[in-house]
Design a protein around this ligand. Sequence first.
Ligand SMILES: Cc1ncc(COP(=O)(O)O)c(C=O)c1O
Ligand SMILES: N[C@@H](CCOP(=O)(O)O)C(=O)O
Length: 523
Amino acid sequence: MAAAPPIFRSSFLSSQPLPHTSSTARATPHISLSIRATATSSDPPSAAAAAAAPLKHRRPADENIREEARRHVSSHNFSAKYVPFNAEPSSTESYSLDEIVYRSRSGGLLDVQHDMEALKKFDGEYWRSLFDSRVGKTTWPYGSGVWSKKEWVLPEIDSDDIVSAFEGNSNLFWAERYGKQFLGMNDLWVKHCGISHTGSFKDLGMTVLVSQVNRLRKMNRPVVGVGCASTGDTSAALSAYCASAGIPSIVFLPANRISLAQLVQPIANGAFVLSIDTDFDGCMQLIREVTAELPIYLANSLNSLRLEGQKTAAIEILQQFDWQVPDWVIVPGGNLGNIYAFYKGFHMCKELGLVDRIPRLVCAQAANANPLYLHYKSGWKDFKAVKAGTTFASAIQIGDPVSIDRAVYALKNCNGIVEEATEEELMDAMAQADSTGMFICPHTGVALTALIKLRNSGIIGPTDRTVVVSTAHGLKFTQSKINYHSKEIKDMACRYANPPVQVKADFGSVMDVLKKYLLSKDS
Ligand SMILES: Cc1ncc(COP(=O)(O)O)c(C=O)c1O
Ligand SMILES: N[C@@H](CCOP(=O)(O)O)C(=O)O
């Protein structure tokens, strides 16, 4: 057998495949890997496989996992750079990821472009096996669902510079009862991206962005702090990752427009919090102006680095289905970076041979903040920003999304759909989902409303494998649930409210109430 190429040459990870014989031919996995690859995740390892797998020795007691990773540096030829988003093939404009740049020369969006030819030297089976081998480990940095795909995210960053909370690897929940009872569906799933370090999918992007900032600061680039405008989740993630790395964070929040649980997150993590008397779009405008003047690095998804982390949620979904492709993925949209991130993750898996198709995407918006929906309904004619109205889905109360072009591109290329949800629809959907054992956020209620509409119109079929992306933890939005279940919302029937019953503290009263309840259940 010819010598292995430099990638992952070390025997550091028993879970890390030692592949390839040729840098030009498509790679075939190493023999010990093919034993793993043919077994399903539920199979016990065969005696031969168990015997073949070398035991990983415990690291020395005085060494931590970051230091252990330092001893096992791997070299490879993967790289990535910024290019103008959706550039003409003839464009030569590009920037190193070590430059501080958020916009192309013409003022358009940027995208992180990977050296796909280098990645294609390894076949789909290789990548599937490599990613699968890293799940659920504590090996730095692969224990993270994002960094387990490091070669596709930030291939050139030193593992030592990575700031991670082992984010990702979030639960893909089979919504058995909700699917059956409310939609007549048998293959409905909820990707719980909100069950995460700071309670939302933003962690996936922020680990990447803050890691790159960490690297830039070590390179003495002019980055004194990192800043964002936020409806509450980006600011929570930014401040947590910055605090973990000892980097100052600055957050611009629209005053009185985010939940208390979200507000307290950056406060607790020591961010410099500005509560500004405007909406999110106003804060976004301000942070863009400020980051153009001061050495503050912009952390919103206008910065394409963020999307490199967020796209791993799409890869993870495929991985969790043993690399089978769902029919539909429904994502709530606000600033519209995430819908593109999902598209990019799915598309990369197809291009690199891990799967043979991509799902259709649905972007779901609150009717009170629906610029993408209106654009879609107009047949993608000219886009108009809107003044976003108040919505219980407060994290997507955005009227002028920075990633509109990315979203339109993604939806056009996957035969996607845009739907909207009124306040009553999204709150009812949230309450119904909660009544089946979930505890979702209102944004997930928006996505579920889109699903209900597409099921009712027959576009999504009863056996279609469908994934609803839950973007934040319900515990961040308890006030909306309290209002609903207290029936305190003006002009809303709150049909599924389940308020507590006030009972006198005597046995007879308690028995009366319980008997009535049990009778109602019996029928
Ligand atoms: C909980 C939640 N869901 C959905 C979104 C929408 O994501 P995007 O802005 O990438 O469209 C956001 C943020 O905007 C969010 O915080
Ligand atoms: N919901 C977001 C809004 C900003 O989105 P971003 O992805 O551009 O940072 C938030 O939580 O702030």
